[in-house]
Design a protein around this ligand. Structure first.
Ligand SMILES: Cc1cc2nc3c(=O)[nH]c(=O)nc-3n(C[C@H](O)[C@H](O)[C@H](O)COP(=O)(O)OP(=O)(O)OC[C@H]3O[C@@H](n4cnc5c(N)ncnc54)[C@H](O)[C@@H]3O)c2cc1C
Length: 237
């Protein structure tokens, strides 16, 4: 893990089960880099919203994007406070009592202020970063985006001001009252893997035989593939 830490304040200081948490920048990045999806929370007209969205990271900067018409992106245009949560579910933990059931997970909550990326070149670079973060080296192989496509897309950035990571990777919590109860107890691990790729029937058909293979191997774990892709995308050249 890195030596850099996020400095917690009252809003980000772990209260419950702080033993499972960390403010270590490396621990936070590790969870972020293993995920595609985040939930972005913000307040609009006095009402809280939580929007699920794809996101990506560059240093301490988080990005997400969408249609320029999206309400969420409009609400987060100009320094609005936002909280971004990312979670990965790693297992179901079954105990003889309902009370001792649990989940294994990795998660991050990050706080900051969101802003639209206005400069077209910065926007283009950020969007290429999104592609390369998922599929290293792919952006430069793609049809360049047009100005109209760029105008139709909004990109939001949020520099992480504070963040904490939290995880559980344990077995069943043992309680004396549960020891002799005849219910199955243990962990049901969960993982998401790539299934068989489904090539499009027409796109690229004229290049048959020349098309590059899909970037992630069938059977690979999504979280591991994403972490490896991120490491590759950010490796010094
Ligand atoms: C997949 C998943 C399922 C969960 N299911 C449950 C559940 O069913 N019941 C339950 O009580 N809890 C569950 N949790 C844990 C939950 O996210 C909270 O950590 C917990 O409920 C304590 O909430 P709190 O508001 O008291 O947190 P506090 O510890 O008071 O929160 C203070 C600060 O700590 C940090 N923090 C808190 N929780 C997290 C987190 N998960 N990840 C990163 N930083 C965090 C944030 O900075 C937050 O602002 C789950 C977590 C995950 C990832």
């Amino acid at each position: 893990m890195s030596q850099a830490q996020f400095e917690p304040t009252e809003r980000s200081r772990l209260g419950r089960q702080p033993i499972r948490g960390s403010y270590d920048e490396g621990a936070v990045f590790e969870v972020l880099d293993a995920a595609v999806l985040a939930h972005v929370a913000y307040v609009l007209d006095g009402h809280p919203y939580v929007t699920p969205t794809a996101f990506w990271r560059e240093g301490r900067r988080l990005y997400w994007h969408g249609s320029s018409a999206a309400r969420m992106l409009g609400a987060l245009a100009d320094g609005a406070p936002a909280c971004v949560a990312v979670s990965l579910l790693d297992g179901l933990v079954l105990a003889p009592s309902g009370f001792a059931h649990s989940l294994n997970y990795r998660s991050v909550m990050a706080f900051g202020r969101a802003r639209l990326v206005a400069d077209p070149e910065a926007k283009r670079a950020a969007l290429d970063g999104f592609i390369d973060r998922l599929y290293p080296g792919r952006a430069k192989t793609l049809r360049p985006g047009s100005d109209i496509e760029l105008a139709k897309t909004s990109v939001v950035e949020m520099i992480i001001e504070e963040a904490a990571a939290k995880s559980r990777a344990d077995g069943v919590k043992h309680m004396a009252e549960d020891e002799d109860w005849p219910a199955w107890a243990g962990v049901l691990p969960l993982e998401t893997r790539f299934a068989e790729p489904v090539p499009d029937a027409t796109i690229g058909a004229t290049f048959k035989g020349l098309a590059t293979p899909p970037p992630h191997a069938r059977g690979a774990r999504l979280d591991e593939a994403l972490s490896a892709a991120m490491a590759k995308a950010t490796a010094p050249v």
